[in-house]
Design a protein around this ligand. Structure first.
Ligand code: HEM
Length: 412
């Protein structure tokens, strides 16, 4: 073992002897070098471009591998036999306490739970939800449009998916702030709460709701999910609370952040914005290009047994970060990857993951993004970031835009 220096408050982990010295990089996934100057996606791509290898090792966050090429990330998502979902969040000691069903199960245990999720939020269920989703978007944008300004992250991105999701789960809207705070601590921890405490809070919140929906099932997503059998047996209470908590995490933190990145781009690029305003039909096609260019998730896998990968030996129990953040923007997956082209052909990305755990809510996420752009651009076709405002990004399990002030001239 080689001792590493201490660079910040958190000590760096010793580099294990099976990691070659030329694979070691100084990269903290929660605070990548350069993020303040260049933005989160560019900071991750800088790591990718800085190494000839497809996997590197960082001593930050207890020490772990990082797959830095899109095709390698995709291959790992597709290979649960070697790269297990048993722990998917870093650092490993915190990820051990993240116990949501079925994200931490590998096939075949994962499969029956996934069937339940597909039924609840798959493509067919999503189509039926469009009128509700659109009415929430219209209500919020109609209230904002006459104001001529907003902080998009707080006034839209944190409102819209949360209200939509609480409608789907039939939960009181006044709970939103507290629940969102726990979810934020899971995906971008600031050290004020351990993962164990966060999970305890979430479970305390969902347990009585589960009891109530078992007694009096409704038509909401929670009732649909928990009143299902798994391989012909009823779900256990632990499995129910895991599934319900997963829906909260997945539905409340991802879309919020993706929408902020999309709107930051459209505010900075009037030419692209006008293409969508003049041809709204392009939004449905163009949305995939925006998902490619602005992925937000950086999860992990645990090495199941000693294995060789990209010329290095990985040991059972090693953690590997599989960042979707460097997939669609990898120049080996898409030409001119940092350029947005709404008519791009053959788009390749891993923004929603891949393999058995590929995002169960991807159709729903696309719907939320399409509806937002359609309704927003209809009412607020021209908007800018006020001069002198610096927009900051934060990296984490799910990346975020910290605040996004926008201004426009209200229509008469
Ligand atoms: C733009 C928004 C979204 C992004 C970028 C995103 C991304 C992802 C990714 C990368 C995974 C794979 C996790 C893994 O393999 O470990 C995933 C899984 C999942 N997502 Fe999403 N997601 C989004 C929105 C949503 C929404 C809105 C929902 C719920 C309606 C949702 C529900 C889920 C669920 C339940 C899983 C776990 C699936 C499984 O383990 O089989 N996601 N998501």
């Amino acid at each position: 073992m080689t001792e590493c220096a201490v660079a910040d408050a958190k000590p760096l982990a010793p580099v294990p002897s099976h990691v070659p010295a030329d694979r070691v990089v100084d990269f903290d996934i929660f605070n990548p070098p350069g993020i303040d100057d260049m933005g989160v996606h560019e900071a991750w791509i800088k790591l990718q471009q800085s190494t000839p290898y497809e996997v590197v090792w960082t001593p930050h966050n207890e020490g772990h591998w990082i797959a830095v090429r899109g095709k390698r990330v995709r291959a790992m998502y597709r290979d649960p036999a070697h790269f297990s979902s048993h722990i998917i969040w870093l650092p490993k000691s915190e990820g051990e306490n993240y116990g949501l069903v079925p994200t931490r199960l590998d096939p075949p245990q994962h499969t029956p739970f996934r069937e339940v999720l597909n039924k609840a939020i798959g493509i067919t269920a999503t189509k039926a939800m469009e009128p509700m989703v659109r009415s929430v978007a219209v209500r919020i944008i109609d209230a904002l449009a006459p104001q001529g300004k907003c902080n998009f992250t707080d006034d839209y991105a944190k409102q819209f998916p949360v209200q939509v999701f609480l409608n789907l789960l039939d939960l009181p809207h006044e709970d939103a702030a507290e629940v969102k705070e726990w979810i934020d601590q899971m995906t971008r921890p600031d050290g004020s709460m351990s993962m164990e405490e966060v999970m305890a809070n979430v479970f305390r919140y969902v347990d009585p709701i589960i009891e109530q929906r078992l007694k009096t099932p409704g038509t909401d997503l929670i009732s649909i999910v928990i009143n299902n059998d798994i391989d012909g047996r009823p779900m256990t209470r632990d499995e129910m609370r895991g599934l319900v908590s997963l829906l909260l995490v997945a539905g409340l933190d991802t879309v919020v952040n993706v929408l902020s990145f999309f709107m930051e781009f459209l505010a900075r690029n009037p030419g692209h914005r006008r293409q969508l305003v003049e041809n709204p039909a392009l939004i449905r096609k163009g949305i995939e290009e925006l998902f490619r260019r602005f992925p937000v998730v950086a999860e992990a896998r645990m090495v199941k047994e000693d294995t060789e990968c990209d010329g290095v030996e990985m040991k059972a129990g090693d953690m590997v970060c599989v960042p979707t953040l460097i997939t669609g923007t990898d120049d080996r997956m898409n030409g001119c990857p940092m350029h947005v082209d709404f008519n791009r052909k053959g788009i390749s990305h891993v923004t929603f993951g891949d393999g058995p755990h590929i995002c169960a809510g991807q159709h729903f996420a696309r719907l939320e993004a399409i509806v937002t752009l359609e309704e927003w651009l209809k009412r607020i076709p021209e908007f800018d970031i006020p001069a002198g405002e610096k927009i900051s990004h934060k990296s984490g399990i799910v990346c975020t835009v910290e605040r996004l002030p926008l201004v426009w001239t209200p229509r008469a």
